[in-house]
Design a protein around this ligand. Sequence first.
Ligand SMILES: Nc1nc2c(ncn2[C@@H]2O[C@H](COP(=O)(O)OP(=O)(O)OP(=O)(O)O)[C@@H](O)[C@H]2O)c(=O)[nH]1
Ligand SMILES: [Mg+2]
Length: 254
Amino acid sequence: MNGRARQIRKGDFRTAAKLLTAIERGDPSAVPILKALTPYTGRAHVIGITGPTGTGKSSLINGLTTGYRKLKQRVGILAVDPTSPISGGAILGDRIRMRDHLTDPGVFIRSLATRGAPGGLPLLIIAEAVHLLDALGMDVVFIETIGVGQDQTAVFSIARTTVVVVNPTMGDEVQLLKAGFMEVADLFVVNKADLPGADTMTLQLAELSGPENPMPVFKTSALRHLGLDELIKGLNDRTRRTRHVKRPKGIGRR
Ligand SMILES: Nc1nc2c(ncn2[C@@H]2O[C@H](COP(=O)(O)OP(=O)(O)OP(=O)(O)O)[C@@H](O)[C@H]2O)c(=O)[nH]1
Ligand SMILES: [Mg+2]
């Protein structure tokens, strides 16, 4: 096996970071390494976290990561920044909200910038980054994206579970449908449930998804650390139902 692929398999973050830079640039030198890693992928629970700007996606990932770490799970986080690559505003913001985990050797955080590409970050880059973090031994990989733009919908085909994060104050359910969130969601989270209106919003969402096959809706407050354990349980239940590949013992662990 290629030396760098071996390093990834051992869980080496520095090699992973370098390879991610190559992936972002579309550097063909990444291809043979990614190919060599293919047999070691398909094990991570890939979770897409999406929803309108400012609903608390990064805060939620931060809180969920704390929970997963307590369960001894390793966590990869890919923050996809569709709009403002160079200002660094969004990237810095995400880093601050995920600061609890910046020095944790069991958490790998990376922002993927579009570098001004129209239509957002190419899906292929996100797919390759997930492939890499999966082979790196991450048990859970979060992909944070904003909204459901035409070009971003496909991200949710990579994720095993897609979580749509909304807020109590957002009201109008028709807007959500129009925005296309219903189609991509596996479960909804009403975050900022410390604010009024969370119960109404939860009911509205449950009704919207239809009585036969109601969509799971979770209420959380990332700010006050409420409802996060229940959400993790909901996510894990999904993994049990959908997981088809088992991670052999000792692989990707440090
Ligand atoms: N009241 C309240 N505020 C929250 C909660 N979660 C996050 N916030 C606040 O909401 C704001 C946005 O949080 P982020 O986590 O950056 O939201 P985001 O969805 O990642 O934002 P973008 O990536 O810019 O779309 C911040 O000021 C958070 O402190 C919550 O549960 N309750
Ligand atoms: Mg964010």
